[in-house]
Design a protein around this ligand. Sequence first.
Ligand SMILES: Nc1ncnc2c1ncn2[C@@H]1O[C@H](COP(=O)(O)OP(=O)(O)OP(=O)(O)O)[C@@H](O)[C@H]1O
Ligand SMILES: O=C(O)C1=C[C@@H](O)[C@@H](O)[C@H](O)C1
Length: 280
Amino acid sequence: MVGRAAAPAAGTVLNALANGYGSAFAIDAHTEATVELDGSGTVRGDVDGEPDADTRLIERCVECCVERFGDGEGGHVQTESEIPMASGLKSSSAAANAAVLATLDALGADIDREAACRIGVEAARDAGVTVTGAFDDASASMLGGVTVTDNTEDELLAREEPGWDVLVYTPDERGFSADADVSRCRRIAPMADIVHELALEGEFRRAMCVNGFAFCAALDRSADPIVEALPEAAASLSGTGPSYTAVGDRDVLEALSETWSQRKGETWLTTTQRTGATIR
Ligand SMILES: Nc1ncnc2c1ncn2[C@@H]1O[C@H](COP(=O)(O)OP(=O)(O)OP(=O)(O)O)[C@@H](O)[C@H]1O
Ligand SMILES: O=C(O)C1=C[C@@H](O)[C@@H](O)[C@H](O)C1
């Protein structure tokens, strides 16, 4: 029994580490998962090109699906990804969504994508790769577009399908969400409350900028990329970093790309992804 699925990365409007509310938008870079189920009863995972990667998340995704819809199967799960791992671009949510959909495909189980997304969130909590469960990131990746969520209740509050141009800057370093200074993030909850209101009003650009300045201060990251994007574009730290994303007109982002690409790391232009994760 073989299944294959792909899910997109995402950028942040509101990081949920302050007040439990989050907002994220899918972008056009993907992780693909292939799942082969057998009678071994044990699940093994591999990340293509990353022999030392932590595979517990994708293994747990397969196990959670088998516990609900299977009959004790084991097998192998492999991911191939265009998304840099632990860089703030929701690599974990994309890997979980792809692994869950690929397993459901292999099992022949048919459930809606929001329910499938919740299985990945549960697996992420079990694997210890998330603080809040990251239903914001997971829902954006699974459904596409931009979502606003309550991560404490795993509830989808709003979803839109904007067609934004997006500039991404990813420094060479890596930063795991589970290592973020959560107590400092909680101190900025009054700022996150403003971002939450703006996001629910559909004021995503202003929301991103307020989020970016507040979380750069809390997580001791530079706000320079955000200042450089303003006033023509909007930008934020993505997740707990180290990546930043900016949204705006294509020509403005092309000019900003020349500034951002003077830093070490990768700067790339992309767009929002509106259709979300798919079985291949
Ligand atoms: N392609 C992948 N295949 C398998 N597991 C992955 C993959 N990408 C990420 N992961 C898992 O997710 C963990 C990284 O999660 P983390 O939340 O720190 O990064 P992120 O999702 O990129 O960041 P953020 O949540 O700030 O956007 C990895 O240690 C690994 O367990
Ligand atoms: O681990 C988590 O709970 C999160 C990590 C970051 O991606 C945040 O952007 C997200 O809102 C929540």
